[in-house]
Design a protein around this ligand. Structure first.
Ligand SMILES: Cc1cc2nc3c(=O)[nH]c(=O)nc-3n(C[C@H](O)[C@H](O)[C@H](O)COP(=O)(O)OP(=O)(O)OC[C@H]3O[C@@H](n4cnc5c(N)ncnc54)[C@H](O)[C@@H]3O)c2cc1C
Length: 397
């Protein structure tokens, strides 16, 4: 093993959470090392989240992490909910005076990586964290290995004042905090999303969330020439099994009142639905944030936004520690972060259950679901709950 490297904050994972934390720490003059097992090119190709809450956009802009979000991102002031063949607009601006931005995750990652590298940030690509040790001491450690093609395969040790697990849903850091990779509150759903990227013009100005007798569909956008769409499928579905024609027929049959613009499908994947919150987010000097701490089904578009909120809170605690030596802020992180995490868990679960068909749904269940959708679209109180949660609750402080 190479000689140990010393830093203030070791961050495992160069996703939105890890990179944004490293950026905020740099602004305070606090050094960090970020490790990721992937290359920069692979990270910049991550096709995932697209919807940024109002508060997430403000944070990225105010902290100098992204200016492009306001230029290349598209502001959306509402969504369309469809059921029983009719569309109903939820007007965020009118209901809560807030909006969201459609700005894909890989663009956020490009911005954060460019910013960190321009600022001389220490990002170790193609370095896989193997384990995190000594959480209960003042010098927790990360043992990692160089996994680059043609690399040495050498192990490196990073010793820090704090170790942050921002290593996604299969976090290895979680073992250091809760004792195992699976230690948490967990729920699995009996369906998944079949996601596609296709070359076509947009089929709608805003996102369409469609509940239909054939199952759920989401019509989303990426750019004037590339679109992202999803349809409900079995969790075990092999994405290669469906022909393009089958995918388009399924999508067209689930969306009412318009014909979707079709085009070549150049990416397809199946995304299983899970809800998870780790039993603990802190052990001594080791913390979990982002998907390492929690995952939500994508229906409410909360994952990346929650990750950014975790960073906001943990950064405050770390900045206070390095300025004053007080651990009060970092020790309050878990309780403060969980407050929003569980509200987002509820919202994501609620949107998911309201919009998808469960395989064993009875006639009663189906009629009750339509009653629920009617309640949401026919009253300002119902629509306002959705609008408030979707655009993001104001930060508690
Ligand atoms: C299809 C899809 C659609 C989504 N849509 C939305 C949406 O619209 N809005 C929204 O807010 N969220 C959405 N999400 C969720 C969002 O993408 C995640 O919540 C977000 O990526 C979490 O960021 P993170 O930084 O915590 O973790 P990640 O983005 O998973 O980053 C973790 C990083 O850690 C690295 N890593 C993992 N293990 C190791 C290791 N052992 N050593 C070193 N590095 C490691 C990985 O390579 C990765 O780069 C969606 C997710 C999916 C899959």
């Amino acid at each position: 093993m190479a000689p140990a490297v010393r830093t203030r904050v070791a961050i495992v994972g160069a996703g939105p959470a890890g990179l944004f934390l490293s950026h905020l720490l740099h602004r305070d003059g606090i050094e960090s090392i970020v490790l990721d097992n992937r290359s920069r090119q692979d990270i910049e190709k991550t096709i995932r989240a697209g919807i940024l809450e109002h508060g997430t956009v403000d944070l990225l802009v105010e902290t100098g992490a992204s200016e492009r979000v306001l230029v290349d991102g598209r502001r959306h002031d509402g969504i369309e909910l469809q059921f029983q063949g009719a569309g109903h607009r939820i007007d965020f601006e009118r209901l809560v005076g807030r909006s969201v931005h459609l700005y894909p995750q890989h663009e956020v990652l490009k911005d954060l990586l460019a910013r960190r590298l321009e600022d001389g940030g220490d990002i170790r690509f193609e370095h896989e964290a193997l384990e995190v040790l000594d959480a209960d001491t003042d010098t927790p450690r990360v043992i990692a290995r160089d996994v680059s093609a043609g690399g040495s395969g050498e192990q490196v040790e990073i010793v820090a004042d704090f170790v942050i697990g921002a290593d996604g849903s299969r976090s290895v850091t979680r073992t250091a905090v809760v004792g195992s990779m699976t230690g948490g509150y967990y729920r699995e759903y009996p369906f998944a999303w079949f996601g596609i990227l296709c070359e076509a013009p947009p089929s709608s100005e805003e996102l369409i969330y469609a509940n239909s007798e054939q199952g759920f569909a989401l019509i989303s956008q990426r750019s004037p020439t590339v679109q992202r769409m999803y349809l409900q499928c079995e969790p075990e579905q092999d994405p290669a099994e469906w022909s393009d024609a089958q995918i388009w027929d399924s999508l067209q049959s689930r969306v009412a009142g318009r014909t979707l613009h079709e085009g070549p499908i150049f990416q397809r994947d199946v995304l299983r639905f899970r809800s998870f919150v780790a039993h603990r987010l802190q052990k001594g000097r080791v913390f979990l944030m982002g998907d390492a701490a929690h995952t939500v089904p994508p229906t409410g578009a909360k994952g990346m936004n929650l990750a950014i909120n975790d960073v906001r809170i943990l950064h405050e605690g770390l900045a206070a520690f390095f300025a004053t030596g007080s651990t009060a802020g970092v020790d309050a992180y878990e309780e403060r972060a969980l407050h929003r995490i569980w509200r987002a868990q509820h919202f994501s679960w609620w949107m998911t259950n309201m919009l998808h068909l469960t395989p064993d749904a009875s006639d009663f269940d189906r009629r009750r679901q339509i009653g629920e959708l009617e309640s949401v679209v026919s009253s300002d109180a119902g629509s306002t709950y959705l609008a408030e949660a979707y655009t993001g609750w104001p930060y508690e402080d």
